[in-house]
Structures are given as structure tokens and as C-alpha cells.
Design a protein around this ligand. Structure first.
Ligand SMILES: Cc1ncc(COP(=O)(O)O)c(C=O)c1O
Length: 397
């Protein structure tokens, strides 16, 4: 830490700097650069008309002044029940948060103590690891396969004596790999959690961004188990600037987590919650999410098509079925540090595979390429720039 007059807590002094994912010092976006690194939805696909109507209705409602007062820590009853209806759980299990990252921090603080062991997706959503930094836990990576986290391998390790306190996974259109946990694996995972006494943190923000014709498991096993904390957010469907999310918790610990919330920020904005409730109850919302997902599907095709045209046999990439990202692997045995730097010189930014390794430096040659926010022409141009950087290094690896 740099010198300062104040004496920071051990927690603050000990926080590691962000490395890799989310580290702004690594990003060089010159004017005209194409950013394939982001996790934003396309703002032109967000339902701005619903927002306008909801803000107007909320501000003109007789109950509006009361929304400007302090409200209950678990969240407004109307919003909890709108979310409970969508999730298929009782409202008592739903606690409102300021988005997904906040829900993950609450889940981590509710479950884990220093020195505990948590099994996580590998590749993993890296910002969850940053939430774990608040506590100081041990991380055990578990590979993500084509149908989700490797449950057979987990069972082998549990039989061999592994005793985690929790397991973290993004079950649908996983960030970064895009894969979805099958219903069979979901059930097997819950059975293992019940047998070996660990809790699953299931973080599911991309679930609603499913491409036309794609069906995903309804997560019945997760919902039915009191060994699961569900974390979710409206960030991918309504925009991260809204800062509105929720966790679904077992009823038995709902009140205690509320006590924890009371000791932190107390509650989520009542105004934002009321707006969120209006939008969730608006019958135009689901069609607007489906329409956006159809555009994302098209963009995903443009991106993967461009990658295959540019790199041929030197790229491996699955066709995304939902979500915002393609997870690609470049061959060619090149120096991937140089590819990343030269790509930025060419005017394209992406997230490096190494930044998603749950431990160590796995996933060299992998790239997480975001198609959600970028127009089709820029997706093609971005891949062309990447190709230029990569070709310049072939044979120099
Ligand atoms: C897997 C995953 N979890 C959580 C979040 C954070 O959501 P929020 O922006 O609502 O904090 C994201 C956002 O990118 C994500 O990809």
C-alpha cells in the first residue's frame, strides 16, 4: 500500500490488487478500438419504453413519498413476490440485493469462514474470487466440461476426502465458457451437497438470455434444496446500471442474512425496487428479453463465423446457445502475451483466458470474446484485427 496517514484495517491493507480481469491498467482502448471485453447488454436492446413508463408510474403513485423513506432490509414485499413468482419459490426466500456481485458477497459472508475450502468452476467468473478475498478462503478448482462443472470428478474427490464448505458455479451459459449444467448433473450435485454437507452457490445471471429455440433446465433441484443459495441479477436483462438483484436462500437462514444486511448497507433503494417490480410485472418484458436474445444469437453467429473464416483450423469455438460470450481457443503455438498486446495495437481488446483460471495460469490461448454490445460490422472487424495480430506472430512463438 502507498503511504497514508490513516491506518487501514488488515482487511483493507491485505486486499490484493486486481490482476487480469477487471484490471483497467491492462486495457488500452485507443479511439476507434473495438472492445470485445465487456459484460454489458446492448443498451439499444434494453426496454427503454418500459423504464419510462415504470419511472412515471412509480413517481406519480400515491405511495411514492413512502419509497423515499428507509425500507425493510429483505426488500419491498411487492418486488420479492414478483421475483418469487418468476423463481417458483415462496417470497420469504427472496432477499433483494444491489445486483449480482452484492448477492455473491452476501452469500460468501453468510457461508464461509477464513480457511474454509470452496470448490469453484474452472474456468471461473473471476470477480467471485475477488469477493472471496474479503474472507480468505482456500479455492479448489473443478473443471467445467461441455455440460457444466465436472460432477463425477467432484464425487471422486469427495470420496477421497475432499471436504469443501461450499461450491460455486454459474449453471447457465457459464461465464466465460458459455456451457450449461445439465439437469442430471444438477441433481447429482445437490445429492453430493446433501451427502457431504456443503452449500452450492448457483449464480445464474445469463439464464434469461437464451437464444431462440434453446431450452434450459428449470433448476428445480436447486430450488428445492436447502443446500443451495441462488444468486441473480437484472443486470443482463435490464442493465447493470439499475443495480438490482436478489438471492434465494433457505428459509431457515433468511432472517440471519437479513441481520447481516442490516449491519452493512441496510437496504436497496426503495425507488429502484418499485421500478424493478413494475417492469417485472409488465407483460411486455418477456417479449423484449426474447427479442434481445434473438439479436444476441445473430451477433454470436457473426462472431463465431468470422472467427472460423479468419482462423480456420487454428480456432476452436463452440456456438453459444445464450449469454454474452464466445470462449475461443487459438492454436498456432504463438506467444499469447504478444497476441494480446499486438491485438490492442491493432485496435481490439478481449479478455485473456488466463484471467479465468481458478488457480495458477491455465487456459493459455483462450479468449473470452463478448458479442453483446458490439455491432455486427465491428465484430467482423475486431476479428480481422485479431487475425492480423496473430498472423504477425506465427512462426515466432
Ligand atoms: C457470472 C456473473 N455473476 C455476477 C455478475 C455480476 O452481476 P452484477 O453486475 O449485477 O453485479 C456477473 C456480471 O458480469 C456475472 O457474469
Amino acid at each position: 500500500m502507498t503511504d497514508t496517514a490513516l491506518t487501514p484495517s488488515a482487511l483493507l491493507a491485505g486486499l490484493p490488487a486486481r490482476q487480469g480481469f477487471g484490471d483497467a491498467t491492462l486495457i488500452r482502448l485507443a479511439p476507434g478500438a473495438i472492445d470485445l471485453g465487456g459484460g454489458n447488454p446492448a443498451v439499444d436492446l434494453l426496454p427503454l419504453d418500459l423504464y419510462r413508463d415504470a419511472f412515471r408510474a412509480v413517481s406519480e403513485d400515491a405511495g411514492f413519498p413512502a419509497l423515499l423513506k428507509y425500507s425493510a432490509a429483505p426488500g419491498l414485499a411487492g418486488l420479492r413476490s414478483a421475483i418469487a413468482d418468476r423463481e417458483g419459490v415462496v417470497p420469504e426466500r427472496v432477499l433483494i440485493t444491489n445486483g449480482g456481485a452484492h448477492g455473491l458477497a452476501l452469500a460468501a459472508l453468510s457461508l464461509l469462514d477464513p480457511g474454509d475450502l470452496i470448490v469453484v468452476d474452472d474456468p471461473v467468473y473471476p470477480l467471485f474470487l475477488r469477493a472471496l478475498d474479503l474472507i480468505g478462503v482456500e479455492v479448489a478448482p473443478l473443471a467445467v466440461t461441455s455440460d457444466g462443472i465436472d460432477v463425477d470428478e467432484l464425487e471422486r474427490r469427495l470420496r477421497a476426502g475432499l471436504r469443501p464448505k461450499a461450491l460455486f458455479t454459474v449453471p447457465t451459459f457459464q461465464n466465460p465458457s458459455g456451457v450449461t449444467l445439465s439437469a442430471e448433473k444438477e441433481q447429482a450435485l445437490v445429492a453430493l451437497a446433501e451427502t457431504y454437507g456443503f452449500t452450492i452457490i448457483a449464480d445464474d445471471p445469463y439464464r434469461e438470455i437464451r437464444f431462440p429455440g434453446v431450452v434450459v433446465p428449470d433448476r428445480h433441484a436447486f430450488r428445492a434444496s436447502d443446500r443451495v443459495i441462488g444468486v441473480n441479477t437484472l443486470s443482463k436483462t435490464l442493465g447493470p446500471g439499475l443495480r438490482l438483484g436478489w438471492i434465494v436462500v433457505p428459509e431457515a437462514i433468511s432472517e440471519r442474512i437479513t441481520w447481516l444486511r442490516n449491519r452493512l448497507d441496510g437496504q436497496t433503494s426503495g425507488v429502484v425496487q418499485a421500478v424493478g417490480e413494475r417492469m417485472l410485472r409488465d407483460e411486455r418484458l418477456d417479449p423484449s428479453i426474447s427479442a434481445a436474445a434473438a439479436v444476441y444469437a445473430r451477433k454470436a453467429q457473426v462472431l463465431t463465423g468470422a472467427l472460423r473464416a479468419e482462423f480456420g483450423d487454428d480456432v476452436e469455438v463452440a456456438d453459444p446457445q445464450g449469454g454474452f460470450f464466445a470462449w475461443a481457443r487459438l492454436g498456432g503455438g504463438v506467444d499469447y502475451d504478444r497476441v494480446f498486446e499486438d491485438a490492442q495495437d491493432q485496435g481490439v481488446f478481449y479478455q485473456r483466458g488466463e484471467w479465468f483460471a481458478a488457480a495458477g495460469d491455465g487456459f493459455p490461448g483462450f479468449l473470452r470474446l463478448s458479442f453483446s454490445e458490439v455491432g455486427e460490422d465491428d465484430l467482423v472487424e475486431g476479428v480481422a484485427r485479431l487475425g492480423k495480430a496473430w498472423r504477425g506472430l506465427i512462426g515466432r512463438g
